[in-house]
Design a protein around this ligand. Structure first.
Ligand code: HCB
Length: 214
């Protein structure tokens, strides 16, 4: 990891909100692409924080402060990520975090990147019931709707399977394409539940979204 990415990750792991903001500004001023700052720097810090939490080395208040550091840096980066957005419409997308789950940093980032790449994105937020997703997909005027669902916990991930079932039962399967992601989501899971795709990060999500909506 190059020095600036290491420093960005460190600012997140040390819950250094001001440092994350300062390092983000510094990286931008040096011409570092905004997406690299997120993916190679800040997100790496969040992964380390997750591992430390799992190992019992840190507790929830620390994760919350790390998330704050990441969010404040993201506020600076979002306009950069959307600079030069294409006007060519790539389709309509509904972004949401699965019911019972409030982890929204990754979903917001994916939604931002899709928006920057021509998708019209309606953000439904966190803890979204499957019924709400299906209702929104039904009422969308677009002929095809991309569902961009995130689940960060193994428990909430199970809701994606129920969502696929509801989509089939409600007769909207032909109208929707389903791209689900989040740390526990794997290609095997996507195949098992009959969804259309997944992605490990926001840049890959744009490619997958374009592929499955083509
Ligand atoms: Co939270 N948490 N957390 N957490 N949390 C995780 C997710 C654990 C893995 C940590 C651990 O134990 N190792 C764990 C889940 C374990 C499990 O089920 N397997 C966990 C837990 C247990 C909990 C609580 C239950 C803790 C408690 O209360 N005891 C609680 C749950 C609350 C709830 O949701 N009901 C909780 C709370 C929190 C917060 C509030 C403190 C905070 C969230 C703040 C927020 O999002 N507004 C938080 C955080 C920050 C994390 C970790 C540390 C980081 C998540 C994150 O933001 N990553 C996370 C550890 C980890 O994930 N390894 C930990 C950075 C983003 C950029 O990455 O993976 O979300 P991402 O998104 C990527 C990628 O997945 C992909 O692209 C994104 C961008 O590159 N992607 C998609 C995402 N969605 C996609 C959709 C697509 O269609 C395509 C691609």
């Amino acid at each position: 990891m190059s020095d600036i990415f290491k420093e960005l990750a460190e600012a997140v792991t040390k819950q250094d909100v001001n440092g994350a903001v300062a390092k983000t500004k510094e990286a931008l001023s040096k011409g570092t692409p905004a997406l690299d700052i997120v993916q190679k720097g800040l997100s790496e810090g969040m992964k380390i924080i997750g591992d430390r939490f799992e190992a019992g080395e840190i507790f929830l208040p620390q994760i919350m402060m790390s998330a704050k550091a990441m969010n404040e840096a993201m506020a600076i980066l979002t306009p950069e990520l959307t600079k030069g957005s294409t006007n060519v419409s790539a389709g309509f997308a509904l972004a949401f975090v699965q019911e019972g789950d409030i982890h929204d940093i990754g979903n917001r980032l994916v939604a931002t990147m899709l928006g920057a790449n021509g998708f019209t994105v309606k953000v439904l937020g966190v803890d979204v019931a499957n019924e709400k997703v299906v209702e929104e997909a039904k009422k969308a005027e677009a002929s095809k709707v991309l569902l961009v669902g995130s689940a960060l916990m193994t428990t909430s991930m199970l809701g994606q399977k129920d969502l696929m079932q509801l989509i089939n039962e409600e007769g909207v399967r032909s109208k929707v394409k389903c791209m689900f992601g989040g740390a526990p989501v794997s290609k095997e899971w996507i195949k098992e539940i009959g969804a259309d795709g997944t992605a490990e990060n926001a840049a890959e999500a744009v490619l997958v979204a374009k592929q499955i909506m083509a």
